[in-house]
Design a protein around this ligand. Structure first.
Ligand code: SF4
Length: 457
């Protein structure tokens, strides 16, 4: 499918994840003003790419699907994907009608698509490459796919660019999950195959694909539309690499996926903030000039160097960055001093041991050496198995109540992520409501300085 899909680097910066409001708790008005109310999402229909947009960035979702702000900007990567998809779509439409195009004809379809739609508005982020470089990549994608699949008799094409969906009940309401499959085919053994063309320049691991939502959703859709389907195979064609990969989902995985999709739809429905989520995707986002995280950067980009240096925001960030650099240098210096001090400590201990002394005098003071015993326990990070074993053993003793304590951060983090089952979440929600007079939700402003090189990469 030619929906934009790029690996997220998982970075979440200022803003971060939206925290669901606790029952009965409001942010302290003295700390942060309440966020402006944003219309909630009124959708009844969700495609896998629409759901992915929310998972990647709720703010981008809001602009596109709640505010319906249309942008005609296409990245060159998306454009290349569209042209390759259209050429392969035409190829299979011909095959379905008894006409198999040659490789040259299929390449011609790709070229025709490219020429018909190309405009200088297509965004090339990496200026080291020209449109011709991308066109050549597209041609190679078509060629490698064609050569790998010919003579195109491994399966029977059921449909290309097929709309597929199924109904899903979330929170007592009915929604429809629906999208387009690049190609749906029937293998010789009767297995339905969902084929997806990928033109991206990265190859995911098998583990990543076994977790993939998009095609997992189409697996459910195929079974809904053809209840007699004996088996469904999900097939990705990574055409830049000439590599095909497949995944088969079990009953439990499909159930879990439906639950996850329902939970995500409910989160979208309850979201009134649509907090921006900074990630590598921002580089391709069409809403940067209005996004709260990037609007200033976009504005100063158009200023002359002189105007830029006079901009209040730029001045403040430059000062902030300079202080961050100084702090980093001082931390580095401190680390060096600690290393030096450690070697002197070792020399002092050796000297004291040789002499049998516990106090060593200097010109301006003395160092006293004492001995102390301490236990080093395994940590959850460095030795999780040993840590868990000790924890397990302690839990069944009366000691546990004295040595364990509430981890409020962990508790609220799990609540925010909706990590536990519905019963546990409900119990927690009720508990939080009961103690709402003692638990304060404070919104803090966290500033993080991002160096430019990191952003641009
Ligand atoms: S620029 Fe980034 S944070 Fe802003 S809306 Fe787009 S994806 Fe979200």
């Amino acid at each position: 499918m030619r929906r934009r899909k790029r690996p997220s680097d998982g970075r979440v910066a200022a803003g971060g994840d939206a925290t669901p409001p606790l029952p009965g708790l409001e942010p302290s008005p003295a700390v942060a003003p309440p966020a402006a109310h944003i219309e909630s999402d009124a959708s009844r229909k969700y495609s896998p790419s629409k759901l992915d947009t929310y998972r990647d960035c709720p703010c981008r979702y809001r602009y596109r699907y709640v505010d319906h702000l249309r942008r005609e900007v296409a990245s060159v990567e998306a454009y290349l994907g569209t042209c390759v998809h259209r050429a392969l779509q035409k190829l299979y439409e011909g095959i379905s009608h008894g006409r198999k195009s040659s490789l040259d004809e299929t390449l011609g379809m790709f070229e025709a698509e490219w020429d018909a739609g190309w405009s200088s508005d297509v965004l090339i982020k990496n200026v080291a490459y020209t449109p011709e470089n991308y066109r050549a990549v597209g041609r190679e994608c078509v060629r490698s796919y064609y050569e790998a699949q010919q003579p195109f008799d491994r399966d029977k094409t059921v449909a290309v660019e097929k709309r597929l969906g199924f109904p899903l009940v979330c929170g007592g309401e009915q929604f429809r999950i629906e999208g387009f499959v690049d190609r749906l085919a029937l293998a010789a053994d009767g297995t339905f195959e969902v084929h997806d063309y990928k033109t991206s320049g990265s190859l995911p691991s098998q583990e990543d694909l076994d977790q993939d939502w998009q095609l997992g959703i189409y697996d459910i859709a195929v079974r809904h539309n053809w209840p007699d389907a004996r088996a469904v195979r999900l097939v990705w064609h990574f055409v830049r690499f000439g590599k095909d990969m497949a995944s088969v989902r079990g009953f439990d995985q499909r159930q879990r996926l439906q639950e996850d999709v329902a939970a995500l739809i409910l989160s979208i429905k309850h979201d009134h903030e649509f907090v921006p989520r900074r990630s590598a995707l921002c580089g391709w986002c069409e809403y940067r000039e209005i996004c709260p995280l990037w609007a200033h950067a976009e504005r100063v980009k158009s200023l002359s160097p002189r105007q830029r240096h006079r901009d209040d925001g730029v001045k403040l960030v430059d000062e902030y960055g300079a202080l961050e650099s100084k702090k980093r240098d001082l931390r580095e210096k401190l680390r060096e001093l600690e290393t030096d001090q450690q070697s002197i400590e070792e020399a002092l201990i050796a000297f004291a041991d040789r002499q049998g002394w516990q106090g060593i005098a200097g010109s301006e003071g003395e160092v006293v050496i004492t001995e102390k015993e301490e236990y080093r326990f395994p940590t959850r990070t460095h030795a999780p198995e040993a840590y868990e074993e000790i924890e397990r053993e302690l839990k069944v003793t009366s000691l546990w109540k004295d040595v364990s304590r509430l981890d409020a951060h962990r508790l609220m983090d799990g609540y925010r992520r909706g990590e536990w089952d519905a019963q546990a979440m409900q119990a927690l929600s009720e508990m939080l409501a009961r103690h709402s007079s003692h638990i304060e939700l404070v919104k803090k402003r966290i500033l993080r300085f991002h160096r430019k090189e990191a952003e641009d990469s």
